[in-house]
Write a protein that binds this ligand. Structure first.
Ligand code: UDP
Length: 240
């Protein structure tokens, strides 16, 4: 699959629909396919953490979640076809999954949130099969792994926050035995109605980050990574 190298991380050149087909294709696999929806923070984190970089290199699919990555593709002269956010990817999978008997497990977010998210989603997508739910503030991984293996989902959605979720899946991939695991960040909070997503027009203009900044101003420190990231991409490209 064609990928572009963004500061040492391979980001796949896929549209949302191509990503959906790929993920559905993985659901018959014996090994765990990790799907990463990457943003500038993830890429910058991989520059400081060799182990994390290795995990990203072994992911089955890395999509461009943030507009920052789309801009980076343009700077590098290798444009990505579009943004493929975690939330859009899983929404399309919920639509497709019902008819195919795909089972989803919801792991992560504060107690009660995954349950509400799963309930809202089964109302919206009547064919959706929820294999199980578990909040993301557990102390021991053992019992969680046991619950997941017993539930035998095809697709494990992991909302433990960027970095943590990918590491957790990778560390436990053998024990998990799920065909697909997707890191979905704060998506359960959105599906549960706790957090609103930016209006479509802002998403289209690539301003979702601005909406998030206005709603959750305390995140500004995390967002400062965007200009740093773009500067790095530009500097590396021009060998400065
Ligand atoms: N979270 C969790 N366990 C943790 C830390 C975080 O389940 O130990 C959840 C948190 O409740 C939230 C999600 O992970 O639902 C992270 O959301 P955020 O929007 O910060 O996602 P990110 O931008 O880090 O991917």
């Amino acid at each position: 699959m064609d990928a572009i190298d963004i500061l040492g991380v391979g980001v796949h050149k896929v549209t949302l629909e191509e990503a959906v087909r790929l993920v559905i294709g993985y659901t018959d696999d014996k090994k765990t396919n990790l799907v990463v929806t990457a943003n500038p923070e993830i890429i910058m984190l991989s520059r400081e953490d060799r182990q994390f970089k290795d995990i990203l290199a072994q992911a089955a699919l890395v999509t461009a979640d943030g507009v920052g990555l789309v801009i980076a593709g343009k700077i590098l002269g290798r444009p990505l076809p579009q943004r493929v956010t975690g939330i859009d990817l899983v929404t399309r999978l919920f639509e497709e999954g019902g008819g195919r008997g795909l089972r989803f497990y919801f792991l992560g977010a504060a107690p009660g949130v995954a349950e509400t998210a799963a309930r809202n989603l089964t109302e919206k997508y009547p064919g959706l099969e929820v294999a199980g739910v578990q909040h993301g503030f557990f102390q021991e991984s053992g019992p969680v792994l046991e619950q997941i293996t017993q539930a035998r989902p095809h697709i494990l959605l992991v909302a433990l926050g960027m970095g943590k979720q990918e590491r957790w899946v990778w560390e436990h991939r053998e024990a998990l035995g799920v065909p697909v695991a997707i890191g979905v960040g704060g998506s359960f909070d959105v599906f549960a109605g706790k957090v609103r997503r930016a209006p479509i027009w802002m998403q289209r203009l690539g301003l979702e980050w601005l909406y998030r900044l206005l709603k959750e101003p305390w995140r500004y420190k995390r967002m400062l990574v965007l200009p740093k990231f773009l500067w790095r991409v530009w500097v590396n490209k021009n060998h400065i």
